[in-house]
Design a protein around this ligand. Structure first.
Ligand code: AMP
Ligand code: TRP
Length: 332
């Protein structure tokens, strides 16, 4: 059976981009694939985190997965640090990864900023750990938002480098699954900026835990342009804010962008925003409420993670042992 691996960092607020670019798609895929969904706490440590917050966010992301409809019985849900094999495989793969490949990673450049010499080794090596996450389970498919595309190409290159080095067809090359009408959700205040956990500007981001009134207010205040909605997709050219809101509508209603455009063709933004707000409130309101209920019961969440980690280890450890043997590490 084809296997899916994907993950989210337990840093800051989960938002509509995480939901539409990742989690919502996972829910749809869980019946067709053997699925592993991780809370990548070691990746979170590539930037400074408050220890108490990190623990709380780890539980919150777990709650979001479950609240959004991921079945913890059918899928494996666990936090990365609970399976030590991730870091060990990351080392072995890091030894096969040329610096030139890592130097191309645009996310590192963005996150490190101008102070490159002060950026941590972990931030630089982050994509190697991500490759290890995926390859440790021999995952064949990785559903993510568009911003992860480059990291996935690197994971494929690293898998290929291992197979070539040892002359063995061991790791499958993982396929990115970047789909839906909202693979890149933009800020509600600036159509040129990605919606992100770190954006501090008011009303830029809809959080998965926002209540109904806040969701509706943020949509009403979303930046628009003075024209009615276009008659065709071509009319979205140069209208980033309109494209973003229509993409969000399409993704929330499981429709294509073309269908959303057709539905609101020629209408004005205020009418469209009311419909979008009603749709978003209906979906996010339920998920947010369920998240709050789950987070109030940390014992339940921890039980899910513990059981998930056991099931993950049962797949990871035999694979790691095989890698050790292939690599020539003695297991006396
Ligand atoms: P992160 O928040 O960086 O841990 O990302 C977790 C998942 O959410 C990844 O699959 C990302 O590609 C996806 N994601 C993050 N931000 C967005 C966004 N603005 N639009 C679509 N997907 C996103
Ligand atoms: N790097 C991803 C992000 O920031 C999270 C991640 C870590 C991931 N390991 C992964 C995603 C493995 C998919 C598969 O969004």
């Amino acid at each position: 059976m084809n296997r899916i691996f994907s993950g989210i960092q337990p840093t800051g607020n989960l938002h509509l981009g995480n939901y539409l670019g990742a989690i919502r798609n996972w829910v749809a895929l869980q019946r067709e694939y053997d699925c592993i969904f991780c809370i990548v706490d070691l990746h979170a440590l590539t930037l400074p985190q408050d220890p108490k917050e990190l623990r709380a966010q780890t539980r919150e992301v777990t709650a979001a997965y479950i609240a959004a409809g991921i079945d913890p019985e059918a899928c494996i849900i666990f936090n990365q640090s609970a399976v030590a094999a991730h870091t060990e495989l990351a080392w072995l793969l890091g030894c096969l990864t040329p610096l030139g490949w890592l130097n191309r990673m645009t996310q590192f450049k963005e996150k490190a900023g101008k102070q490159r010499d002060n950026a941590g080794l972990g931030l630089y090596a982050y994509p190697v750990l991500m490759a290890a996450d995926i390859l440790l389970y021999k995952a064949t498919h990785v559903p993510v938002g568009e911003d992860q595309k480059q990291h996935l190409e690197l994971a494929r290159d690293i898998a290929g480098a291992f197979n070539r080095r040892y002359g063995i067809d061991f790791f499958p090359l993982p396929e990115p699954q970047i789909f839906g009408a909202a693979t890149r959700v933009m800020s509600l205040r600036d159509g040129a900026k990605k919606m992100s956990k770190s954006d501090t500007s008011d009303y830029s981001r809809i959080n998965m835990t926002d209540d109904a009134d806040t969701v509706a207010l943020k949509i009403r205040k979303a930046k628009t342009d003075p024209h009615p909605l276009p008659e065709s997709e071509a009319g979205l050219e140069g209208r980033a804010e309109a494209a973003n809101l229509l993409g969000i509508y399409a993704a929330l209603s499981d429709a294509s962008l073309a269908e959303a455009v057709r539905r609101f063709a020629g209408r004005n933004f205020s009418e469209f925003k009311e419909e979008l707000a009603a749709l978003a409130v209906g979906i996010l309101g339920r998920i947010g409420g369920e998240m709050r209920r789950l987070v109030a019961d940390p014992g339940y969440i921890d039980g899910i993670l513990r059981r998930g980690a056991e099931r993950a280890r049962a797949i990871a450890l035999p694979n790691l042992r095989e890698v050790q043997d292939i690599t020539g590490l003695l297991r006396a």
